[in-house]
Design a protein around this ligand. Sequence first.
Ligand SMILES: CC(C)C(=O)C(=O)O
Length: 446
Amino acid sequence: MKYNPVEAMKPNLYKYVFPYDEIPKIKFNNIQLPMDIPESIWITDTTFRDGQQSMTSMNTEQMVKIYDYLHELDNGSGIIKQTEFFLYSQKDRNAAEQCMSRGYDFPEITSWIRANKDDFNIVKSMGIKETGILMSCSDYHIFNKLNKTRQEAMKMYLDIAYASLENGIVPRCHFEDITRADFYGFVVPLAKNLMDMMNDSKINVKIRACDTLGLGVSHVGVELPRSVPAIIHGLRYYGNVPSSSIEWHGHNDYYGAVTNSTTSWLYGGASVNTTMFGIGERVGNTPLEAMIIEYGQIKGNTAEMNLELINEIEKFFEKDLDYAIPPKTPFVGKEFNVTKAGIHADGLLKDEEIYNSFDTRRILGKPPLVAINSYSGISSIAYWINSYFNLCGNEKIHKGDNRLIPVKNKIDSEYDSGRTTNISSEEMEKLAKLYIFNNYQNERAI
Ligand SMILES: CC(C)C(=O)C(=O)O
């Protein structure tokens, strides 16, 4: 071991930042670091590992289906670069094998293993080229969970990385709890030792910066260990880690998962790790679909990615995995672009762009809608139907159309009898089919 950790007699738990009996603090130092976006940035996925742990486990068929979806969503762009599988159980191995047999270039299949010889043998025998390995970095973990000194922990991690390289497998070193770790005392020497191993072995070594409790902060001028800019900048300049080997893994405990992941891109980490719809531990991981939108904003386009497919993936999660996506979730929730304020509805009716920031109909297959409630007039109802059914040109229903009258009457009668909730999309669809398109059999529309 060339670079030793700064040994500590007792754990450095950064109590002035994380007092525990109070909310964590953000300490400012006003140090400005340079942004440096890598030429190539990408997204990786951990839906099958960190994501799946948080919900009823998926069966093999469901995992293969999601893998197919990730591939179709990526659509040859290579932006959704990798996804990772547990290999502990036969079910996990079957799923990984079936996904590998698809032969797709993207997402590449990687694994996550316990640090023992047998697990390396499984990775190798399955022909998987990269594996995630846990390397917890904070003294919360080293002292209080592993019951080791920093020196002992470092040695254990380097031995594991060495075993991976000996097996010809790229180690992806998961620096767990990096946002509470002693950066210069442990993270930097560990990174430098690993980079030496990479240079000696000529096999890539990756570092995943895991914001395990979502404590990372994206603002400029914040002290370590919480500063995302300082962590990414520091890994590159003090740890000698190339951008292409740095990945951010975020959790959303403080609502920062998306911004922190983007910040990691901005300061030089090429990769961000995500799950579909942000499923994951506690409040979840960084949502994959959000990072696609972030990617598009930074790079100016989303290459060949097929964003409309997200709709289908949503339906699959809801129907087959019994996972309810909260309706107000940006870009994917049923109501993310449904305007409820009467004054906004009025704006939408005049010009969609007034209250919709991009063409969600074309790009996500989700037209902006107005909520239908007791305040909705005939024109809102007409707008809703036109938008929902994507009616254009001559097909468009105009507010003078008599077929709208029974729809309006039905809605009014709901509120006359004491209803307080909005009319749902399902109810509106039935009403429109019954009174406008006249092809619905069931007379009881609501
Ligand atoms: C277990 C670790 C690697 C992790 O996923 C996290 O820190 O969130």
